[in-house]
Design a protein. Sequence first.
Length: 258
Amino acid sequence: MQKLALHLLIALPLLLAACGARHPSGATNYRVVRTLPHDPDAFTQGLLFHDGKLYESTGLYGQSTLREVNLETGEILRQHKLPRDLFGEGLAIYSNRLYQLTWREEIVMVYDLETFRPLGNFPIEGEGWGLAIWSNQFVASDGTATLRFYDPATKQSVRSITARDGDKPIVELNELEVVEGELWANVWHDDRVVRIDPLTGKALGWLDFSDLVPDGLRDSTEAVLNGIAYNPETRRVYITGKNWPVLYEIEMTTPPAP
Ligand SMILES: [Ca+2]
């Protein structure tokens, strides 16, 4: 029995790691593992990890970019500048293509992942804020409490949910990230991230990042928390904000069992 217990002890974390993508994170708290540099000129609108690489979308007219960033140094490894009349927003990768939302231009830009070569765009109705992939569908926020899911093949909306904390709709959902099956969202002008059930819209909990807002930016109405990326290989979450000089590597923690 002792030997079996030992095997289970060794196997269990591996099993949990392997199943991680299908299990809710249950994260109710976090620990900052590392504080890394981030380009203070980046008006961050989308952030994601893919195959060990960090990708970012930045906004503002005349300054919007799609970029690959060195996680350790914050250096821009390569970037594509958007035309001056496009305002970059949420970013997602699906089937070796990058998809970048635009704010009020009602188009989604498409790029080749390997080369950053623009491959065209497709229309989307309404404002574009955050973008992620959940269960092989795009999920997009538009500044309201509504999250719309799109079929990547047809680009048509297939369903929507309303994010609610109890009965109260959670408005101004912004940057999105799928973390272990949950949908995490920045709330604009809020230092917290809400964890949402992607099937129902129900808030599963909140993570308070107010302690991470850099000094000097606490009173800013623009340089707010916005940017969540998740690396499933390490189970680390990355958090930054618009024009923040830092990016935080986060380890999710749960409170000890009572
Ligand atoms: Ca994200």
